[in-house]
Ligand binder design. Structure first.
Ligand SMILES: C[S@@+](CC[C@H](N)C(=O)[O-])C[C@H]1O[C@@H](n2cnc3c(N)ncnc32)[C@H](O)[C@@H]1O
Length: 181
């Protein structure tokens, strides 16, 4: 018998949490009012949820795949954002999605992507898990809704990301891009 080595959750699910100062800066970029509908698709320990709550935003939904995280918040759905059947549209989708190269993805996450129409249309095995979070989030925005993500920059310049970039400019426009060194 071969014992498989368990990947730590940090690597398996891309768990790198956003510093509060950065999350605060990102929330400051949002054009929202107190009853705006807000989604955090991969909330981690809940830094965005905490700050949104402290700033009086109550209409917030979140997803997280790791049921041990953000348990102090009532509004977290513990299921994969990739397969979640979401009927609502949002004024703001904000967060720090997981970024994991296809070759490093767990088999069950690869399976989720294999049956995802957006992934199949715009991505291939050179693409990053991050891309499905961008594509699905754009689909879930109301007209004039805002997507504010912090993520690595390779989607901006790699050849295989051209379909993602085209999708983004056909379905919206870039308001601001901040490059953190
Ligand atoms: C880069 S971390 C960021 C967490 C949080 N948004 C923050 O800013 O601190 C990405 C998070 O996505 C979660 N995650 C990974 N795959 C997911 C999925 N399919 N659906 C929902 N959450 C997922 C991970 O467990 C991790 O907590």
């Amino acid at each position: 018998m071969n014992k498989t080595k368990q990947q730590p959750l940090k690597n398996k699910f891309g768990q790198y949490f956003t510093p509060e100062m950065v999350a605060d800066f990102m929330i400051g970029l949002a054009d929202i009012v107190p009853d705006s509908k807000i989604l955090e698709p991969s909330c981690g320990a809940g830094v965005f949820l905490d700050l949104l709550q402290k700033n009086g935003f109550e209409n917030v939904t979140a997803y997280e795949i790791d049921a041990e995280l953000a348990t102090q918040f009532q509004n977290v759905k513990y299921e994969s954002f990739v397969t979640a059947n979401i009927k609502e549209k949002y004024d703001l989708i904000i967060g720090n999605p997981p970024y994991i190269r296809w070759k490093n993805l767990e088999e069950n996450l690869k399976q989720e992507l294999a049956t995802n129409p957006l992934w199949n249309k715009y991505c291939n095995s050179l693409c990053d898990y991050l891309y499905i979070f961008i594509l699905k989030s754009i689909e879930l925005l109301k007209d004039n809704g805002q997507l504010i993500f912090i993520c690595p920059e390779y989607w901006m310049n790699t050849t295989h990301s051209v379909f993602l970039r085209n999708y983004m400019v056909y379905n919206g426009y870039f308001e601001e891009i901040y490059h953190f060194n």
